[in-house]
Design a protein around this ligand. Structure first.
Ligand code: LMR
Length: 403
């Protein structure tokens, strides 16, 4: 059979890294994958993360007993800290033991587990609605789990903002009891989020239609620089009593991309129900990957559970968010300096790691072929790859291809 297997296409996001790495041009810029870079274009290990690792070593975490398997649902201290970080005291779900929680392989792992759960217990024929557009990986994650994929209107090209009316109409017109997926904050790729007032309206519509809610939270703390602020939509939906599954990722906010640290949690009606759900979640996990890796989860638990280290992490996370906000301003002003007459307000208005630039696929191709600047076909710029040193070159190139 092997000789009959055709070659597949490169991943639309991760595939860009290979092309970038092969490029030998000195001024090349990688604005593809969403991974934080400092102002020298280098990856950054947060000092709070380094400190946590040091403490773990001092505690002897690298000893033989520390290399044992975690349970199927991972490390309890991590799970407890992770859900407290996301939910706070919302809806008393933690206090009342109403969460089924499992440590998972980052955001993708949490999402995939959620989709497998829906496929098995809600039904493959129940539609799952995703925003149009959404993160490229969401679609195959749901399809591979066998779900019936639908999209809802989200982004309005004309206003370069949220298509709030379209979104509400689609929520309303969906079959009762559908699944709706939202990005909890810092929507990827658009950087456009509903306001809290809009979230309130969305919440009451979802309730009226009895829809289930899946939330992908990959940027808590990274969007506004304030982790509580970024959790507002989630907490409000919890207060409103929705059926929620949440997938948290600690890749971006803790800079732990390769450690695959994530948390899956599902809100139940009672403690007993949460226990039943968790028993099924374990049955789903075990044949997929048995149990999750421990190193990154220990780091996150150490940081979140130590008040001083936690505070330090907050300011480091904020510094990443702030650098990105500065780069947004710098990119816009440099585009204006280049003489661009296009409206680039959205560059500074959008939230999180990405700028949905409005550049079309031809322009994106020209940036790659003529300027060695790499971004996804949909015109998404990972702002984390922009630095005070390359922003002028980037603005120049963007103006040349878009004038
Ligand atoms: C992205 O959207 O670039 C990130 O979430 C990284 C990834 O895995 O695609």
């Amino acid at each position: 059979t092997a000789d009959k297997v055709p070659a597949g296409p490169a991943d639309p996001i991760l595939g860009l890294n290979d092309a970038f790495n092969k490029d030998t041009f000195e001024k090349k810029i990688n604005l593809g994958v969403g991974a934080y870079r400092d102002d020298n274009g280098k990856p950054w290990v947060l000092p709070s993360v380094k400190e946590a690792e040091k403490r773990l070593i001092e505690k002897g975490w690298n000893g033989a007993y520390q290399k044992e398997y975690a349970g199927i649902t991972g490390i309890k201290e991590f799970n407890d800290a992770s859900v407290l970080f996301a939910y706070g005291s919302a809806g008393k779900v933690i206090e009342e033991g109403r969460l089924a929680v499992a440590q998972v392989l980052s955001g993708t792992g949490g999402g995939r587990l959620a989709f497998e759960f829906y496929a098995r217990f809600v039904g493959k024929n129940v539609p799952i609605y995703m925003p149009d557009p959404t993160w490229a990986n969401h679609l195959p994650m749901a399809k591979d789990a066998g779900l019936s994929l639908q999209t809802y209107r989200y982004y309005d090209k004309n206003t370069v903002g949220l298509d709030f009316n379209g979104l509400c109409e689609d929520v309303n017109n969906a079959k009762d009891g559908s699944i709706f997926m939202f990005h909890a904050c810092a929507h990827n790729p658009t950087g456009v989020d509903p306001t809290i007032e809009q979230w309130k309206e969305i919440s009451s519509l979802l309730k009226k239609k009895n829809h289930m809610v899946f939330l992908d939270m990959a940027y808590q703390g990274f969007a506004s620089g304030d982790a509580d602020e970024d959790a507002r939509a989630l907490r409000m939906l919890v207060e409103d009593g929705h059926d929620i599954i949440l997938a948290q990722s600690f890749a971006k906010n803790f800079g732990l991309y390769g450690e695959r640290v994530g948390c899956f949690s599902m809100v139940a009606g009672s403690k007993n129900e949460a226990e039943r759900l968790l028993s099924q979640i374990k049955i789903l996990i075990r044949p997929m990957y048995s149990n999750p890796p421990i190193h990154g989860a220990r780091i996150v638990a150490t940081v979140l559970n130590d008040p001083a280290l936690n505070k330090q992490w907050y300011s480091e996370c904020k510094s990443m968010a702030d650098r990105i906000i500065d780069m947004r301003k710098l990119l816009k002003s440099n585009l204006e300096k280049e003489g661009s007459t296009r409206n680039w307000d959205h560059v500074v208005k959008q939230i999180g790691m990405f700028c949905f630039s409005g550049l079309n696929p031809e322009q994106v191709d020209r940036l790659k072929n003529e300027y060695h600047i790499y971004m996804t076909k949909n015109g998404r710029i990972s702002m984390a790859g922009v630095t005070s040193k390359n922003v002028e070159y980037l603005a120049h190139a963007m103006h040349q291809v878009s004038k």
